[in-house]
Design a protein around this ligand. Structure first.
Ligand SMILES: [Mn+2]
Length: 461
């Protein structure tokens, strides 16, 4: 945990921002895999971690703003539990570390919420994503399961997003701890990738490394010679000479802050000429986007600049044609770069996506586009010091998308379909780093992981 004061201050800020009512923050439960006592790896809810820091299942926190009283509800383990689990700290011991004065048995939570509602006071809760917590909110408030998220507190969402989006120095230190593991992961990938190995052998070794550091992956590893499948989690392919592969992965720091890094490497010692050409377009988009990162610039502007580098580069290589600005305005570049440039990162790898992407990356002034490609941009608003963003442009050759667009005669002024079709089977390229926005500009977090063609090929030789 961070020091006690961190959690006290975070809750004080939240109380001040909301002004009145009762905040209910549910921690997560153990989640069974195939029978109740055989759970998945436990992961605490990120907002609960942020405000209370307590990393055990079966807890809930109440912040009564009007009475200035904070309570953590939970369970005290008896000898019958300790027989199976070993000695456990008491609930009061645990809550003390979070600076919370009151620790009460979980059974009292329903009654407490009931009293608040009976008095006509507001219960603020966040959108839920786990079935058991939907069920709890339904039980405590009487709001039907299917309407639980519709009645989540918008003022609470906005207040939590505002706080969690700006990372303190201590939080950045945590993210860099996760990035230390990422650095080792990519050293391992570079060592293992050779013709004749299966994707799952590398992905498995990476996850083993993460576990051996006492950490957990921050999301399921993406590692595939089919880099054009954006979030593919199958690792069954045999990797051959001449293939390139995308590896998109992350780890968690001890306090559960994420890292998120993507590299694209050749399976053999070298990229082919065309792989190198396309790689350098993505790298240029990545580098120029990072250079633009500073307070006051909108992330949409940075995204559109990366799109422009990609459109111009693909025109240079003969895959696109016509005026690149017009191509971007029309959305033609999205055939190759269909996703957003990046996302906020913190306790969640897609930070606070569960609270609503709109609240994280957009606001009343910055509305989401409905154009294919731009619509997937998770964050468009202005950057501020303390934001941690990923920068992850990519170029992909997606056979189904190419066929669909071609059959619809889509953007024929901007796409050279003959040349694109001849290149199908290329796969995809994505390059991702994690970037902190500072007072004056930006800082790429973590030890540099090989990124240029020369760096990669010199290690692989
Ligand atoms: Mn990412």
């Amino acid at each position: 945990m961070f020091d006690v004061q961190t959690y006290v201050e975070r809750r004080n800020r939240l109380k001040k921002k909301l002004g009145s009512g009762v905040v209910l923050l549910l921690g997560n439960e153990e989640s069974p895999m195939n029978y109740p006592d055989n759970p998945f790896h436990f992961r605490q809810d990120s907002s609960f971690l942020y405000f209370f820091g307590l990393d055990q299942p079966g807890l809930a926190g109440i912040i009564d703003i009007d009475q200035d009283r904070e309570t953590v509800f939970g369970y005290d383990f008896g000898v019958d539990d300790i027989v199976w689990m070993g000695p456990q700290p008491t609930l009061a011991n645990r809550t003390e570390g979070a600076g919370v004065e009151f620790a009460e048995p979980l059974e009292g939570l329903e009654k407490r919420i009931g009293e608040v509602i009976c008095r006509g006071r507001k219960v603020h809760y966040l959108p839920q994503y786990r079935g058991d917590n939907f069920g709890k909110i339904e039980k405590f408030t009487g709001i039907a399961y299917n309407y639980v998220n519709a009645y989540a507190s918008v003022p609470l969402i906005k207040a939590v997003v505002e706080q969690r989006l700006i990372k303190s120095e201590a939080e950045v230190v945590e993210i860099e701890k996760a990035l230390d593991i990422s650095y080792e992961m990519y050293q391992l990938v570079l060592k293992l990738a050779k013709p004749g190995i299966y994707e799952k052998e590398i992905a498995g070794a990476m996850e083993g490394l993460v576990l051996a550091r006492g950490s957990a992956i921050s999301f399921p590893i993406i590692l595939s010679i089919h880099g054009e499948v954006l979030h593919g989690h199958s690792h069954e392919n045999l990797m051959n000479e001449g293939d390139i592969f995308i590896c998109d992965s992350g780890a968690e720091s001890p306090l559960h802050y994420a890292s998120d890094i993507t590299r694209t490497f050749p399976v053999g010692e070298k990229f082919t000429e065309v792989q190198k050409d396309v790689y350098n377009v993505v790298l240029q988009a990545h580098d120029e986007a990072i250079t633009m990162m500073k307070p006051g610039i909108s992330f949409k502007e940075v995204h559109l600049h990366a799109a422009k580098v990609i459109a111009a580069g693909m025109k240079n290589l003969g895959f696109m044609k016509g005026n690149s600005d017009d191509a971007i305005a029309a959305g033609a570049h999205a055939l190759f770069f269909p996703h957003g440039l990046g996302h906020a990162m913190g306790l969640d790898v897609h930070d606070m996506e569960g609270l609503g992407e709109y609240y994280v990356g957009y606001n009343d002034k910055v509305k989401r586009s409905d154009q294919f490609g731009l619509a997937y941009l998770r964050f468009a608003k202005k950057l501020e010091p303390g934001h941690v963003m990923t920068i992850e442009p990519g170029i992909y050759f997606m056979p189904e998308l190419v066929q669909q667009w071609k059959s619809q005669d889509k953007h024929t002024d901007f796409i050279n379909y003959d040349k694109v079709e001849a290149a199908l089977g290329f796969g995809g390229i994505r390059i991702e780093d994690d970037v902190l926005v500072t007072e004056t500009g930006h800082k790429v977090l973590g030890e540099p992981i090989p990124k240029t063609v020369e760096e990669i090929e010199s290690i692989k030789n």
